[in-house]
Structures are given as structure tokens and as C-alpha cells.
Design a protein around this ligand. Structure first.
Ligand code: ADP
Ligand code: MG
Length: 564
């Protein structure tokens, strides 16, 4: 249709807008970063679609982003000649939030401004951040490939509704016009806007342009000329050499690719040559996204081929257990028309995946060794995901095992800060296994009756209570040649740790309890396999154990829950 329509925002958008305006005000300049970031994404998408349909380029003006302001109208305009939006796309993209993790995000809001501001940042700020500084936003856009008559005008005051109508637009792409709120006049300055752009958007690979300004004696002020100039370096950050890139630039680039608000914990930037040639710029975020446990969640890094953007979320470039990694891989070998199907089969991709995995593991090793506090932040956010690697990536299992952290009876605290190496260093004379207990919660693990004999003997036990632990333990059977042994399995070989007197005592006890054992065996009948006298208990009278070759209760429950 071509008529004007007024539509309501999705309820979540209204809530997000309200929060954004009220809790992100002290960070208001980020609106420009978000809009330039979107403009850059839109140009990337056009360049990619044009690989198949060169006519989309409409004669091919250079892709660029222009930022302009009008003091009299009190507007700032961000324009791009990227992919643009059709009417349907504008309604969907600028009226709803279609992102996994949305429910999670809204359920975690607290009403505390500072906490919520952090949550919003984590969730992704995006287009709606325009309303932090604007009380009205007009979007004029036209999808590449549609006619100038098929442009669209979207407008909203950010209160609850937006209008959408047909508009003529000569060039493809998008103009975002911000009508500034009353107190935002300081933004109507070429100097101020350039300063923000240099700070937040220097890493953008396309030119970001503004009109040159000259001093006018008569008016005694800066006056804009007709001529555009670049205000950023306009080459892809990852193509620059490391020594020319500041930490701030790396961090801003991260925020752009990861749609995150916080700085990353660490990054690795390398050009790899050899069998496969590519550049990687990979980041470890400090916080888990809302959709980390969502099976449909986007994951992976952006793929470029010789600086042309190919796709977001190229999950084939890293194994699933590194799905928290964000960043860019730019391949020199892959064909430009590479598809997800081709990626799956490609030998170049396999080489990239192996190389990038090793790189990430060394970043984590470095963090663990040299910045243990940052490693703790990482572990708390992503430790459960990393554990999946013990089963998924057998080739690197040993390296991953060294990166694991556990709670243990050594401190008895829930904090996961014990490495296998710490454990091994504390092993008792004659102890040759690494003992662990698994349970549904930390408290259940820490209070397990199975621990009594270990406490008595002063043997440390790792306390495991995450869902992934049982799964992990199916694959990870030893560390440093020492088998991992559950304290809940029957036939625990603690004999070596007992002295002669204890052994004699045990034999006597077993003998004297024989009649009781027989009676119990008779009355429990089929419900148990065997009743045994044990030395593993100190305070509790009895406990249930699983045969050495059988599934543990946790795993059995998990399998039952999964319908098996
Ligand atoms: P995100 O960038 O994380 O997807 P945003 O809120 O920033 O979220 O933008 C929402 C969506 O609106 C984008 O995914 C995109 O589809 C669309 N969009 C925003 N700005 C532009 C633009 N300049 N050109 C084309 N599409 C845009
Ligand atoms: Mg965005």
C-alpha cells in the first residue's frame, strides 16, 4: 500500500525506549556510534547482495556514510547509500525487537538505573538509542533494487507509535534525521560531531564524511562548504598493522562487531599465512549475551573475503564451544560467492577453524596466567560453555582441561578456582586418582555423605554441580595420567590409603555386621543389587552408591529428562 499508516510499537520496544532514555542519558553520545554502525552494516549487506546482482549498485557510486547537521532546523542527519529498507522491513526492523534472548533480558530488569543501563548495553542498544537525544526521528529509506517511488518515510516521537508512508527517494539507502531535544544544541557543531565520530567510529571501513567548514569573518563563525571530507581513516581496522591501532580503537571496533556496550576482556589480532591465508581479529567478551543458552541464538564471527563482507554469524569458523567469541575473519582464499553449505565442506575453513581455535585457547591461557582476575570474569561468564570443549574437541582436550576451574572441598566455598594442577599438587601420598562428586547443586555436592571418608583422610574432592559436568566427565577421563573417579561409585579403592591397623579393623567390622547385611539384603530384595559394609561413611549410617560401570543418578536423571 502507499497510504500513511500509524502503527504501535511492540510493547517491548516501548519499554526499551523508556529505559534507554532514562538510564543511558549519561552515555548519550553513543547514538552516533549506533547509527553509523547500522549504516556500515547496511553498506556491507548491499555489497554482498550485489555480488550476485550488480544492478543493485545502480551505476555504482562509492559506498559511504555522511553525517550532517542543520543549526536552524536543529537536526542531525546520518545518511548511507547501503541496502535500505522496504516498507515491510522498516515496520519490522524499526517497530519490533526480533532477537533471541529478549524475554530473558526483560525478566532481568530491576528498576535500578545503573544495573538496567548495563543490562541494556549487554542486550544491544541499536537504533532506538536515537531517542536519547531526539524527540522525533524521521527515517527516509529505499531498498536497493526498488524504484525511487517506492521509498518509505518512517517517523516517530518514541512514545508508543510510529507512522509509515510512501515517499520518493532518488538514491537508494537510508537517511536518519534526528530532531534534537531541547537541551541538545551542543551537538549542532561540526567540531563536536567530528570528535564523537573519531572516538567511536574511526574503525569503520567505509568513509564517514562531513562537510568541510571554513571560518567566515563577516559572520565570525565556522560555515559549512559544499565539499565533503573524510573524518575517519576509512580502512578496515583489521587490515591495519597492530602497532597503528590503539586499545581504544580495538575496543570500539569490538562494540561495533559484537553489538556490545562493554569492553572486551581480551583480543587476538593476527595475519596468518601458509596453507590458508587469512586475518583474524577475535575477541573474548566480558559477559555472556542473553541468548547464550538459546539454541537459535546467533553465534560466531563475521566472515569477510578480501575485505568484502560475506556473512554475520559464520558458525563454521569456530567450534560450538567457542561460540562466545566475537570478531572478524577475513579470508584471502575463499571464493566471494561462498555459501554456508560450502563453508561446511571447505578445507580452507577447516584450516581457519583449527588455527582460530588454537589462537583462542592461547589467549585464554595467557589470560589465566597473566590476568587471573580477568580470567575469573571469563570463567564465570563462559566456563560452562568451555567445558563442552572437553567432549567436542578431543584434539585440544588437554589444553582445555588445564583451563577448567572447580569448587572443591579444599576451601569448601562455591567459588570455582581450583585447577586440576592445584589438585594434583595437593594429592596425598599413595593417592593416584582425582576424586569428584556430582550433584544437583553446590550445597548438595558439598554435603554429600560420600565425602565423609575423604574428609576424614584429608583427601580433596572436586565439587561439581553444573549440568554440563556429567556430560564432560563422560569424555574427560583423566588428567596428567590420573583417572577422574567419582566418590559415589562402588568399589572405591581407598585401601592403599589405609594403614595396617585400619585394614584389620575394617575386616573385623565386615565380619561382625554380616548378619545385618544379610537381613537388609533380604528385605530390600530386588531394589538393590548388593548391600555392603563400608568404611567410607563417618557420620551417616548408610548411603546409596552406583556400581562402578553404571550411570550416575545425575546422568540418569538428565537422560530421562531428555526422553531417553
Ligand atoms: P542491530 O544493528 O543490532 O540489528 P539496530 O536496532 O541497530 O539493531 O537496528 C535494527 C535493524 O534495523 C537492523 O538490523 C537493520 O535491519 C535495520 N536498520 C537500521 N539502520 C539501518 C540502515 N541505515 N539501513 C538499513 N537497515 C537499517
Ligand atoms: Mg545496530
Amino acid at each position: 500500500t502507499t497510504t500513511a499508516e500509524t502503527l504501535g510499537f511492540q510493547a517491548e520496544v516501548k519499554q526499551l525506549l523508556h529505559l534507554m532514555i532514562h538510564s543511558l542519558y549519561s552515555n548519550k553520545e553513543i547514538f552516533l556510534r549506533e547509527l553509523v554502525s547500522n549504516a556500515s552494516d547496511a553498506c556491507d549487506k548491499l555489497r554482498f547482495e550485489a555480488l550476485d546482482k550488480p544492478e543493485l549498485l545502480e551505476g555504482g557510486a562509492e559506498l559511504a556514510i555522511t553525517v550532517d547537521f542543520d543549526k536552524d532546523a536543529r537536526t542531525i542527519t546520518i545518511s548511507d547509500n547501503g541496502i535500505g529498507m522496504s516498507r515491510e522491513e522498516a515496520v519490522a526492523n524499526l517497530g519490533t525487537i526480533a532477537r533471541s534472548g529478549t524475554k530473558e533480558f526483560f525478566s532481568q530488569l530491576t528498576g535500578d538505573k545503573q544495573k538496567d543501563a548495563q543490562l541494556i548495553g549487554q542486550f544491544g542498544v541499536g537504533f532506538y538509542s536515537s531517542f536519547i537525544v531526539a524527540d522525533k526521528v524521521t527515517v527516509i529509506t529505499r531498498r536497493a533494487g526498488l524504484t525511487p517511488q517506492e521509498g518509505v518515510r518512517w517517523e516517530s516521537d518514541g512514545q508508543g507509535e510510529f507512522t509509515i508512508e510512501a515517499a520518493e527517494k532518488a538514491g537508494r539507502g537510508t537517511d536518519i534525521i534526528l530532531h534534537l531535544r531541547e537541551d541538545e544544541d551542543e551537538l549542532l557543531s561540526g567540531w563536536k560531531l567530528r570528535e564523537i565520530l573519531r572516538r567511536y567510529s574511526d574503525h569503520i571501513s567505509l568513509p564517514v564524511r562531513m562537510y568541510k567548514e571554513e571560518w567566515n569573518e563577516e559572520k565570525s563563525e565556522q560555515v559549512k562548504s559544499e565539499e565533503l571530507e573524510n573524518v575517519n581513516q576509512a580502512n578496515a581496522l583489521w587490515t591495519r598493522s597492530k602497532s597503528e591501532i590503539t586499545d581504544e580503537q580495538y575496543q570500539e571496533f569490538y562494540k561495533h562487531v559484537a553489538h556490545d556496550f562493554e569492553n572486551p576482556l581480551a583480543w587476538a589480532h593476527n595475519r596468518v599465512e601458509g596453507r590458508s591465508e587469512y586475518t583474524q581479529l577475535l575477541y573474548i567478551p566480558a559477559r555472556a549475551p542473553f541468548d547464550m543458552w538459546d539454541r537459535d541464538a546467533k553465534r560466531g564471527v563475521k566472515l569477510y573475503v578480501r575485505r568484502v563482507f560475506i556473512m554475520d554469524d559464520a558458525e563454521q569458523l569456530l567450534p560450538a564451544y567457542l561460540r562466545f567469541v566475537r570478531g572478524v575473519i577475513d579470508s584471502a582464499d575463499l571464493p566471494l560467492n561462498v555459501s554456508r553449505e560450502i563453508l561446511q565442506e571447505s578445507r580452507d575453513v577447516r584450516a581457519i577453524r583449527e588455527g582460530s581455535t588454537k589462537r583462542i585457547l592461547s589467549v585464554l591461557e595467557d589470560l589465566a596466567e597473566n590476568k587471573p582476575e580477568d580470567y575469573t570474569v571469563f570463567w564465570n561468564a563462559f566456563g560452562q560453555v568451555l567445558k563442552e570443549g572437553t567432549g567436542e574437541d578431543m584434539a585440544n582436550q588437554e589444553r582445555i582441561a588445564k583451563l577448567l576451574r572447580f569448587a572443591s572441598t579444599h576451601s569448601g566455598e562455591p567459588t570455582q578456582n581450583v585447577t586440576f594442577a592445584d589438585y594434583v599438587a595437593r594429592m596425598k601420598e599413595g593417592q593416584d586418582s582425582i576424586y569428584y562428586v556430582t550433584a544437583e547443586s553446590f550445597n548438595a555436592a558439598a554435603n554429600s555423605p560420600h565425602l565423609e571418608i575423604f574428609r576424614k583422610k584429608g583427601i580433596e574432592v572436586l565439587l561439581m554441580s553444573e549440568r554440563v559436568d556429567e556430560w564432560m566427565l563422560n569424555y574427560l577421563r583423566e588428567f596428567d595420567g590420573k583417572p577422574l573417579v567419582s566418590v559415589a561409585k562402588g568399589g572405591l579403592d581407598l585401601d592403599k590409603l589405609a594403614d595396617e591397623e585400619e585394614k584389620k579393623h575394617q575386616a573385623e567390622v565386615a565380619e561382625s555386621f554380616k548378619p545385618l547385611v544379610e537381613r537388609l539384603q533380604a528385605s530390600l530384595g530386588e531394589q538393590v543389587k548388593e548391600v555392603r559394609v563400608t568404611v567410607r561413611l563417618v557420620d551417616s549410617p548408610a548411603c546409596v552408591v552406583v556400581d562402578a560401570n553404571e550411570l550416575s543418578p545425575q546422568l540418569r536423571r538428565m537422560l530421562q529428562a531428555a526422553g531417553q
